[in-house]
Design a protein around this ligand. Sequence first.
Ligand code: ZN
Length: 131
Amino acid sequence: MMTKTCPCGKSFVASRSDARFCSSTCRSAAHQGRLAVAAAASPSDTATALVEAVRNDLRLAGCVDTALGLAALELAAAMGRPGCPPAAMPGLAKQLMLTLEAAKRGTATSAPQALRDELARRRAAQMGGAS
Ligand SMILES: [Zn+2]
């Protein structure tokens, strides 16, 4: 017994060493050229856009490099993976939202000193320019 990855993105336990597909549906789809094998290798545009949106959000909040920030990015990437079952989407979306909120809350309550200094510098510069 060995675990393999079907072109659809799903992991499955192969009963034969030459098995390539998780199901007969995938096998016949592949034979008919309907299974997007290439799509499994690179995430869709939507998936990339989602990850980018999350990254932007985190960057604005200053928490892209925190553990929670990275977890949120990982969740966004998981949602866009071609093999991700549609049934898992609501759970992932909810988890992503909670992680994103937690990541932002984390920096709001304990903003790093460097960020506070930077904000103070900007405020000072603004006041100087206005007078
Ligand atoms: Zn499959």
